[in-house]
Design a protein around this ligand. Structure first.
Ligand SMILES: Nc1ncnc2c1ncn2[C@@H]1O[C@H](COP(=O)(O)OP(=O)(O)O)[C@@H](O)[C@H]1O
Ligand SMILES: Cc1cn([C@H]2C[C@H](O)[C@@H](COP(=O)(O)O)O2)c(=O)[nH]c1=O
Ligand SMILES: [Zn+2]
Length: 209
């Protein structure tokens, strides 16, 4: 569990900012964890601004919505620089789907916001459908003070999953979708690709293996 420091005790001119990255595969709980942290900052009555790339309209135009229907209000933006324009005097900035922003811009924006003394919480996919590092995420993880990697459950075998397996034939890096186009898989089932058979669950106490 990520425990956040109390910012209110510090006078604004002494506040130091920082960057937190929440990463993992699809369905790993990145958005849930982002919403959890942001809700706590709202309870603390901090000034919070939340952003997502405008291209992610899967569940809602404006809200950030997790796969299990947790919701928080956000500003959709077309570029990372718009985040700077809209950040105002906020104490905390939340950003979802960071992998979709221009690599250089989002790094500059997160760095500037943190240098201004803000808490910046960024969630994004660490790997694309080919298992390659996704866009800005490796650099963001390098410059962040805190990195949390969350995991899904492999829908093929039930192990811990850290890959997003694409179910459709497109080779485009960016393909917005959910269970229609992707499933969470462990390393083994990801590497098996189409050959990964759905295993029947068997239990030792039933005498089956
Ligand atoms: N294969 C899976 N493994 C774990 N959670 C899953 C899976 N498929 C669906 N879910 C649901 O997705 C939720 C996490 O959604 P979300 O936070 O939006 O994930 P992410 O932002 O990482 O894609 C889980 O709490 C669970 O209800
Ligand atoms: C693996 C992969 C994913 N995407 C898209 C699919 C979804 O719209 C988002 C990820 O959303 P989530 O909150 O992490 O579930 O990214 C993509 O465009 N390219 C990929 O390789
Ligand atoms: Zn598996």
């Amino acid at each position: 569990m990520f425990i956040e420091p109390n910012r209110r005790r510090e006078p604004p001119h002494l506040r130091t900012g920082w960057i937190e990255v929440i990463c993992g595969s699809m369905f790993s709980g990145k958005t849930e964890e982002l919403i959890r942290r942001l809700n706590r900052t709202l309870i603390a009555k901090l000034d919070v601004r939340i952003f997502k790339p405008a291209l992610d309209t899967r569940y809602h135009e404006q809200d950030i919505v997790s796969h299990n229907a947790n919701v928080i209000r956000s500003f959709p933006v077309n570029s990372a620089h718009e985040i700077l324009e809209q950040a105002g005097n906020s104490d905390v900035v939340g950003i979802d789907e960071a992998q979709f922003f221009d690599d250089k811009e989002i790094l500059e924006v997160c760095t500037q916001l943190a240098n201004e003394g803000r808490r910046v919480i960024v969630a994004g996919l660490d790997m694309d459908f080919e298992g390659k590092p996704f866009g800005c995420m490796p650099q963001l993880m390098a410059i962040a003070e805190y990195v949390t990697k969350v995991h899904a459950i492999c829908v093929v075998c039930g192990d811990i999953a850290n890959y997003s397996y694409r179910l459709v034939s497109s080779k485009e890096k960016v393909l917005v979708g959910e269970t229609d186009s992707y499933e969470a898989r462990c390393r083994r089932c990801f590497n098996l690709g189409d050959q990964a058979g759905r295993k029947e669950w068997v239990y030792e106490d039933e005498g089956m293996y």
